[in-house]
Ligand binder design. Structure first.
Ligand code: NAG
Ligand code: NAG
Ligand code: NAG
Ligand code: NAG
Ligand code: NAG
Length: 292
């Protein structure tokens, strides 16, 4: 009887804990005015609605961009994005993490524009200790220009997961024990930008930016860095607040594995691990290890 009481209480406690954790997580939704600095493009980047929305634009003079004020060592970064509507050919919109520097770490989401009615390409890549060349590209199962959708990077010591509307599209597992570099020791900031890359971005550079349609504008909203902040006064992960959060141990459960298989079967359009001509002397090691 006592045991039953105990387990009932434990369940109630757990439920309460989950509710509290959820409230804490949702109350931490970001404010662009406080969380980021516009680093490029001056008036072409605008913070609106009291910090809730940030728009980046590109015109024939230049693009624009912002970076997080904080730098992070592991975390879950969410942002909602509405991409350039209509003819976005030649443009690249980005959302990524980077440590910069020569042997830098980086985790990329890039959105390659297209002619009106043609699909965006979602480009992903990861650099660890300066080593990149791990591109995967995807189509989307929705039109990313008509509404906001959530793009997420989860980065913990076991893996990196790219998610769209909470559906995992890619995972990069920490195989450092197999000699494959993984970002484990350089703090990264969050960056976003919108720029012209019509020499390569759209259909291999054949479709150019139509400047008569400028300015091109992409909107960011609900930026949320649920992450360990690294600062001169210490690492917030050590203070007990962040340490109980789900992203720290997030991997793929059975349901996630079904969903990532669905994405990779139906929407993946490029995978470096299947690009034979590119790796004539054999694929990178991680391509031969379990994917999920
Ligand atoms: C966001 O931060 C700015 C600057 O601190 C402040 O003026 C604004 O009211 C904040 N917005 C919200 C929605 O709290
Ligand atoms: C850029 O666009 C503006 C406005 O359409 C136009 O007046 C200007 O001539 C253009 N500049 C260049 C270098 O094309
Ligand atoms: C961001 O801007 C704030 C306010 O202007 C400034 O105090 C801070 O040093 C800047 N941070 C970075 C990382 O540039
Ligand atoms: C643009 O659309 C064309 C035709 O559908 C497609 O081949 C291409 O992959 C799309 N994306 C980019 C970035 O070129
Ligand atoms: C712990 O870290 C969190 C997240 O950065 C921060 O909001 C909080 O103020 C920190 N608490 C202490 C006691 O330093």
């Amino acid at each position: 009887m006592q045991i039953k009481m105990g387990s009932f209480k434990a369940k109630e406690m757990l439920r309460l804990f989950v509710v509290i954790a959820f409230l804490l997580a949702s109350s931490s939704a970001g404010n662009f005015s406080q969380d980021v600095n516009i680093t490029w493009g001056g008036p072409r980047a605008q913070i609106q609605n009291g910090g809730q929305v940030l728009t980046l634009s590109l015109d024939n003079s230049s693009g624009s961009g912002f970076e997080s004020r904080n730098q992070f060592m592991y975390g879950r970064i969410d942002v909602q994005l509405k991409l350039i509507p209509g003819n976005s050919a030649g443009t690249v919109t980005t959302f990524f993490l980077s440590s910069l520097g020569s042997a830098h770490d980086e985790i990329d989401f890039e959105f390659l524009g297209n002619s009106s009615g043609q699909p965006y390409t979602i480009h992903t890549n990861v650099f660890a200790k300066g080593v990149g060349n791990k591109e995967q590209q995807f189509r989307l199962w929705f039109d990313p220009t008509t509404a906001f959708h959530t793009y997420t990077i989860v980065w913990n010591s076991q893996c990196i997961i790219w998610l769209i509307d909470n559906i995992p599209i890619r995972v990069f597992i920490n195989y450092e024990s197999n000699g494959i570099p993984f970002p484990t020791n350089q703090p990264m900031k969050v960056y976003a930008s919108l720029w012209n890359a019509d020499d390569w971005a759209t259909q291999g550079g054949r479709v150019k930016t139509d400047w008569t349609k400028a300015p091109f504008t992409a909107s960011y909203r609900n930026y949320n860095a649920n992450a360990c902040i690294v600062s001169t006064t210490g690492n917030s992960c050590n203070n007990g607040t962040v340490s109980s959060q789900a992203w720290q141990t997030q991997g793929l459960d059975a349901n996630d594995r079904n969903r990532i298989r669905w994405v990779q079967t139906n929407y993946m359009i490029y995978n470096y691990c299947t690009d034979v001509p590119r790796f004539p002397r054999g694929f990178p090691k991680e391509c031969r290890l379990p994917r999920f």
